[in-house]
Structure formats: C-alpha cells, structure tokens
Ligand binder design. Structure first.
Ligand code: FMN
Length: 186
C-alpha cells in the first residue's frame, strides 16, 4: 500500500486499463454485483469532503489527498440474492443463512485487489482504505447518486508514489509463514 502521492495526473488510458482490469474480477455465479464510483483529478476533492466531512485524513496519511484517482468499491447484496434465486442456482427463498460467506463482499474485495495490482502494473501505487466514521457513507453515496441497493466496502487511492513514511500497521511486521500455513491439519 502507498499512502503518499505526487501531485501528478494519470494518463487517461492508464485509468481505463485499471478499471477494465477490475471488471475482470471473478464473481460468484458471475453476478458481477460490484460497481465503481470513480473520481479523477479535481473531482477527488468532492469525494474527500463527502467521505470525511472536514476531518481530512491528512493526520494519518499526509499526501494521500494528492492522489489523482479515487475509486469507491460498491457492492449489491441484492444482486447476489437475486442471481442465486435463478433456476440454475435454485435458492429462490433468498435465505441468507444458505451463504457460507457473504460473496457480495468477497467479489468486491477481489475487484479491489485487481485495482491494486493493475496500479502496480502501470508503475503506480495504491491504497485501499476504509471510510470512517461509517455514518458518513450513506450521505456520501446519496450525494453522488448511487442507487440505495449498493453499499461501499471502501475506497482506493491511486497515483504516482512519493516517499512514504512507514505506517504503524506496517511496523507490526509480517507474521511468519509457518504461523499462517497449516498443512494437512491445524
Ligand atoms: C480491508 C483493508 C482495510 C485497510 N484500511 C486501511 C486504512 O484505512 N488506512 C490505511 O492506511 N491502510 C489501510 N489498509 C492497509 C493495511 O494497513 C496494509 O495492507 C498493511 O499494513 C500491510 O501493508 P502492505 O499492504 O503495504 O504490505 C487496509 C487494508 C485492507 C486489506
């Protein structure tokens, strides 16, 4: 993750390539229930204002607000319940207890990861971040005309990386592989 960006615009073609890559994300039942709310250049200030309502994230990430591209990843649970109610899936009762995990979040997370990886392929950096406090999210989505069936799982800032201070989370270090991999038995 990169949290500090240069004040430098992106090539429009690069933005298109990143978004096209995101749309190649795998999705359960090929529902494709994700959507992307995209802010470029000067539009990003309207995002920051609506998302953080005056409490700019400069405190925890100086240089983040210079990012020339912000993508808010959205997902629709209803799209998945409807898709799996179709004949080839057969969950016509739309009962959420059938789901072993909420695929609507999983798919949006996969698509977000593709944005991060596509950004790296373009020689850029990116940060996935949450929108806090969560009470700001409904007004953010309403302000930009997002239909009510969508919720936001987070936002991604993309841009040319500048020198990044090491954030507190990264100072935790990566857990040893042996602590997270359990071969054959935990
Ligand atoms: C779901 C999720 C939410 C995150 N939210 C934030 C955030 O709000 N602010 C932030 O600075 N980093 C955020 N991160 C980035 C993590 O801190 C980062 O991935 C972790 O420190 C490991 O660093 P690396 O991804 O650069 O290896 C988030 C990452 C994920 C996957």
């Amino acid at each position: 993750m990169v949290r500090t960006f240069l004040d430098r615009p992106l090539e429009p073609d690069a933005v298109d390539r990143i978004l096209r890559t995101a749309h190649r994300a795998p999705s359960a039942g090929f529902t494709q229930g994700y959507a992307f709310l995209v802010f470029e250049g000067r539009e990003t200030s309207a995002f920051w204002e609506a998302a953080f309502q005056g409490t700019a994230p400069d405190g925890w990430a100086p240089g983040l607000m210079r990012a020339p591209l912000i993508v808010v990843t959205l997902t629709s649970k209803q799209a998945y319940l409807d898709r799996y109610a179709e004949d080839d899936k057969g969950w016509s009762d739309r009962d959420e207890s059938r789901w072993s995990a909420p695929y609507w979040y999983i798919d949006a997370a996969f698509a977000s990861m593709l944005i991060l990886l596509a950004a790296v392929d373009e020689g850029l950096g990116a940060l996935f971040f949450g929108i806090f406090p969560p009470e700001n999210v409904p007004s953010l989505l309403a302000r930009f005309g997002v239909p009510p069936r969508y919720e936001a799982i987070g936002a991604i800032a993309v841009g040319y990386p500048d020198d990044d201070p090491v954030p507190s989370s990264a100072r935790r270090g990566r857990r040893p592989l042996g602590d997270v991999v359990h071969r054959g038995h935990w």
